[in-house]
Design a protein around this ligand. Structure first.
Ligand code: SAM
Length: 327
């Protein structure tokens, strides 16, 4: 809780000790700017601005509503904070001219507890809210449009591809059948449908059966994975020598994108071929600080259930030709 304002923030910053330690461990780096790609309610940025008085933060956030909360929370830091209400996929363009001057780029992917618990935009299957799921209100397609208009095959691909849900085909068929009686309008209706579509003996004990379907729809609505793919190369291009990218993922699709991009850049690869076909012989651009992803400590997982799926990877800029990076 923020003692001064009386505000209770919904979100607890994940792996905050590790974030601070990895930033503190950056040696011999000329940049004094940290780019927080996923500001949310501003938890990580607050720790960075409070813990490193010589640094400034440039923060991206797609959602104007949560951005307003963060701006209020961080107003005491004055012009040390610059916020950009945009997708971090546009970071290369928005931060043109800053190449080689940034000390750290931080990603904390996905959505905030604010979205799940307070936004009223249908990110959670626990309540009964309109099926929206847009992080940015300017997006044209919301979750209701996908659920009520996508063809069965398209629904199957979304649920399978972005939710890794083995019952995707069956769930998609049930959605299409149910649409015959009128549109599916709320999260409660969708969660109930999914619950019934998956045979009870296959219901996981520790997660709600609709978890993967909701994750899949959210990723599709916000085109989340393309943004990650588009931005990791730009992040490294911005770093000063010795600067670091810290990426916190919450499911295997995000983590795979980070792992592959970091490995390519560590191998000096600037093409998009699969590693076995790659013939690039460029100099390595980064050094992997974490070969395997780090997970939160037991105490953090016990105190913050939502941290349990977090995976952190870190790489460090070591040189090379910035313009040749493509992750
Ligand atoms: C897990 S939360 C970040 C929490 C934050 N680190 C904190 O400590 O409060 C992720 C945030 O990133 C935002 N976000 C997700 N994808 C984004 C993107 N492509 N560009 C900009 N913001 C994004 C979401 O709206 C959400 O507020």
């Amino acid at each position: 809780m923020d003692e001064d304002s009386g505000l209770h923030y919904a979100h607890t910053p994940v792996m905050h000790r590790e974030v601070v330690e990895f930033i503190a461990g950056i040696a011999r780096c000329e940049g004094d700017t940290v780019v927080d790609c996923t500001l949310g309610e501003g938890g990580h940025s607050e720790l960075i601005l409070g813990g490193f008085p010589d640094f400034r933060v440039i923060a991206f956030e797609r959602d104007p509503e949560i951005l307003e909360i963060a701006v209020k929370r961080l107003e005491a830091f004055g012009d040390r904070l610059t916020v950009i209400n945009d997708n971090f996929a546009n970071m290369g363009e928005r931060l043109k001219g800053m190449e080689g001057r940034v000390r750290c780029v931080l990603y904390d992917f996905g959505i905030s507890s604010f979205h799940l618990d307070r936004s009223g935009r249908g990110f959670s299957f626990r309540g009964d809210e309109p099926l929206d799921m847009r992080l940015d209100p300017r997006l044209e397609t919301d979750a209701a449009r996908i659920v009520n208009t996508a063809r069965e095959k398209e629904l199957t691909d979304i649920i399978h591809g972005y939710g890794e849900e083995r019952w995707a085909r069956r769930i998609a068929r049930r959605i299409v059948e149910r649409r015959g009686a009128g549109p599916i309008k709320t999260t409660g209706e969708l969660a109930e449908l999914v619950l019934r579509a998956i045979p009870a003996r296959y219901h996981a004990r520790n997660i709600h059966p609709a978890t993967r379907v909701f994750q899949a729809l959210r990723i599709a609505v916000n085109d989340e994975l393309s943004a990650i793919g588009a931005s990791l190369g730009d992040a490294v291009r911005l770093l000063a020598c010795g600067g670091r990218v810290i990426a916190i993922s919450f499911h295997s699709l995000e983590d795979r994108l980070v792992k592959d991009a970091f490995r390519r850049m560590a191998a000096g690869c600037s093409c998009r071929e699969e590693p076995r076909y790659c013939r690039c012989e460029g100099p390595p651009l980064v050094r992997l600080i974490t070969r395997k992803p780090l997970i939160p400590g037991e105490d953090e997982m016990a105190a913050n259930r939502r941290s349990r799926s977090a995976r952190m990877r870190v790489c460090e800029r070591i040189g090379g030709e910035p313009s040749s990076i493509s992750a």
